[in-house]
Design a protein around this ligand. Structure first.
Ligand code: PMP
Length: 397
């Protein structure tokens, strides 16, 4: 029965990871994969996570099922981190949350809910966007379209074109926005642009869908939630997909949350029943471990403090690497301007070099990045940054 299937090409990032792993050059640098790495090039377990796990080990008494919505305590704390603990949508019973298997699980569940409620709605995503968005939404049966977002030549957001395209969206369409730390381009909307978008969405009756996978890795936890909170305060309906993979370093524990804000408490009850039904018919219930870690941290003030400090260190290191890469390239006398890198946020930026130059960096210097020249900033560290800066400078001239 599987004769009808055709082999598919390997995922370019996974292929790149293997290539890098097999490269014997001791100077090799992996700027491909989107995971945080510390100064030693290692993806550590956060100390707060370790402590929480120890605490859980001695206190957990059962492995019984946790239900389609997952842990209530986890959902309470994630809503608090994203919206603020006393947000009116929480008090007014307009918010429904469910713990999901990672941010990917949240995106898929939300897409299925949208397809159930509004099958003819178009899901608008930024051009460019994270490589898994369109496949996830399409697999759930949604139609997608793109709005212009990043100008590769000018290294800035194509805001006017973005607005002009969204003017063409039809009532009830969904607009996917990256909450912070845009993946892949690192260029985020400023406060005024968020307000302009909010006005447009409200006027045209479009529904915002915020994907927030990097809260705390841009400017800080509250600062990174600015746009999301602004929309939640001004619009009647909204969808949020969040992830704890990066800000808690829980990648393989598959920990995330989907949240839906409805226009009224009554509507929210209906949304909740459908959301649970989508989950039940999909993976039934989320895994518990990662969410238990997160709620153990966020329910304990000293563990929360410890986690916030560690997350802040991550954020500072990323921003430091951004500044140093730009400075070091300039210090080589390079004529190409890379001063946009420190202005961008989070794990990624496009270097803005050609695919040929990407291949040259790989073949001649063992520096690995995807063909689009998206680099994972956390792959840089004090030991390799001069080498990377010189290599970039020599290929772009
Ligand atoms: N959205 C974006 C923009 C991402 O970059 C990621 C992770 N790479 C996710 C969602 C989902 O992450 P996960 O499923 O690992 O939590």
């Amino acid at each position: 029965m599987f004769e009808a299937l055709r082999a598919l090409p390997a995922d370019p990032i996974l292929k790149l990871m293997v290539q890098c792993r097999n490269d014997p050059n001791p100077l090799k640098v992996d700027l491909g994969v989107g995971v945080y790495k510390n100064e030693q090039g290692h993806t550590p377990i956060m100390a707060a996570v370790r402590e929480a796990e120890q605490k859980m080990l001695s206190s957990q008494t059962s492995k019984v099922y946790i239900g389609p919505a997952g842990s209530e305590l986890f959902n309470h704390h994630i809503a608090g981190l994203l919206l603020g603990y006393d947000h009116p949508t929480i008090k007014d019973n307009r918010l429904v949350s469910a713990q999901t298997p990672g941010g990917c699980g949240a995106l898929r569940v939300a897409a299925e809910l949208i397809n159930r409620s509004a099958p003819s709605a178009t899901m608008w995503v930024s051009d460019p966007t994270w490589a898994n968005h369109v496949p996830t939404f399409s697999a759930a049966g949604l139609t997608t379209a793109t709005y212009p977002y990043y100008d590769n030549a000018a290294k800035e957001i194509r805001f006017d074109s973005m607005l002009a395209t969204l003017e063409e969206a039809k009532e009830g369409d969904i607009v996917l926005l990256h909450g912070c730390c845009h993946n892949p381009c690192g260029a985020d909307l400023n406060q005024q642009q968020w307000q302009t978008i909010a006005d447009l969405l409200l006027r045209k009756n479009l529904i915002p869908f915020i994907d927030i996978a990097y809260q705390g890795l841009g400017d800080g936890l509250d600062e990174d939630a600015y746009g999301l909170r602004l929309l939640a305060n001004q619009l009647p309906e909204m969808i949020i997909a969040s992830s704890c993979s990066k800000n808690f370093g829980l990648y393989r524990e598959r920990t995330g949350a989907v949240m839906v804000i409805s226009a009224s408490a009554d509507a929210s009850k209906v949304t909740a029943s459908n959301l649970m039904n989508v989950i039940r018919s999909n993976y039934s219930m989320p895994p518990a471990h990662g969410a238990s870690i997160v709620e153990t941290i966020l329910d304990d003030s000293s563990l929360t403090q410890m986690w916030k400090q560690e997350l802040n260190d991550v954020c500072v290191r990323i921003n430091d690497m951004r500044a140093r890469l730009s400075q070091q390239i300039a210090a080589t006398g390079c004529q190409t301007d890379f001063s946009f890198i420190p202005k961008q946020k989070g794990m990624f930026s496009f270097l803005g070099v050609t695919p040929e130059q990407v291949h040259q960096l790989r073949d001649d210097y063992s520096i690995y990045m995807v063909d689009s020249s998206r680099i994972s900033i956390a792959g840089l560290n004090p030991h390799n940054i001069d080498y990377v800066a010189e290599a970039i400078s020599s290929v772009v001239k």
